[in-house]
Design a protein around this ligand. Structure first.
Ligand code: PMP
Length: 314
């Protein structure tokens, strides 16, 4: 993966080589950091880079920070502006990924969340696919359980909790699967290692509720709107049993990285026909048009990075 050329660090855009921390850094030792993940989509017809739902992403980022008692002197709008400045400096004319990180930068020994000093960085790299098999993922039910709200809240994007995701992802990949489906403490489906889960049974879409130890995904929210408003489907947020997935007609993951990935097999059991189904197929086509700014109704979700070409003067 290419490294960034620049970073937004300590309040300004600097060369990436200047965005450095020491090995004593609190966040590096104790996982006391929060992060975000946004995508920029290049629209070649318009010669424009669109960042998808930046304000929603930065609002969630600041809420994750709030969970760790981090206070930043920035609003979501200011962080979105900083991202735009960073991307213009990088001058990307390609799809990219944006990674904001808030972390306790203190170099000291002592586990706690209070009396520490939060720091903030934003970087971006060119980015394509996150999972290789977006059209037909084979997933496994992980033997790892999702972190619980009373242990490390999955609702926030807290760096330390991604050890839980990493356990699930590595075991799944090393066993030959594309991704893991993780159960929560009471045995219901929570989500993938870094993506939300949906399934379709008898024409109704189901997804776990935000109280089942999931990240409150921005793509999840996007997908729920598109399924209801554009595909005219009922979407129900409720706990999902493991064996309901075995009997689903279609299933998919949603997330900034994974976008919309069809799940076609679970532990060698075909989901529905064992091929990407009609709902997932239609949703993917729609989603890719929406994120690239090609659907006027949802254009407000797409923030342009570059100034639009001026209309020629008449
Ligand atoms: N769940 C987890 C654990 C994640 O890391 C992600 C990726 N951010 C998601 C779900 C999807 O969230 P979003 O749609 O906001 O990218």
């Amino acid at each position: 993966m290419p490294t960034p050329n620049y970073a937004f660090f300590r309040g300004r855009v600097v060369p990436y080589s200047e965005a450095k921390v020491g090995v004593m850094t609190h966040a590096l030792n104790y996982g006391t950091a929060v992060f975000g993940g946004l995508r920029g989509y290049w629209n070649s017809d318009e010669q424009q880079l669109f960042v998808f739902r930046p304000l929603d992403h930065f609002r969630r980022f600041l809420q994750s920070a709030q969970l760790l008692l981090m206070e930043f002197p920035y609003t979501a709008e200011q962080l979105a502006d900083a991202t735009m400045e960073l991307l213009r400096t990088e001058d990307y004319h390609t799809d990219c990924y944006v990674r904001p990180l808030g972390f306790y930068g203190d170099e000291l020994i002592g586990v706690r969340l209070h009396n520490l000093h939060p720091e903030l960085s934003i970087v971006s790299v060119p980015f394509g696919r996150y999972v290789s098999n977006e059209e037909g993922a084979h997933v496994t039910i992980s033997s790892w359980r999702r972190v619980d709200d009373n242990s490390i809240p999955a609702r926030g994007k807290l760096a330390g909790s991604y050890v839980n995701s990493a356990f699930a992802k590595s075991d799944a990949e090393r066993a030959g699967f594309d991704e893991a489906l993780v159960l929560n403490q009471d045995g219901h489906i929570s989500e993938g290692s870094a993506e939300n889960f949906f399934m379709i049974r008898n024409g109704v879409v189901h997804t776990p509720p935000v109280t089942d130890n999931i990240l409150e995904g921005i793509t999840r929210r996007t997908v729920i709107s598109l399924l209801r408003e554009e595909l005219g489907l009922e979407v129900v947020e409720r706990s999902i049993d493991r064996t309901e997935v075995y009997l689903a007609d279609e299933a998919f993951f949603s997330g900034t990285g994974v976008q919309i990935a069809a799940i076609i097999k679970v532990d060698h059991r075909p989901v529905g026909s064992g091929k990407m189904g009609p709902v997932v197929s239609e949703l993917r086509d729609l989603y890719f048009n929406v994120v690239r700014g090609k659907v006027q109704k949802y254009r407000h979700w797409c923030a342009p990075v570059y100034e639009a070409e001026r209309e020629p003067a008449r």
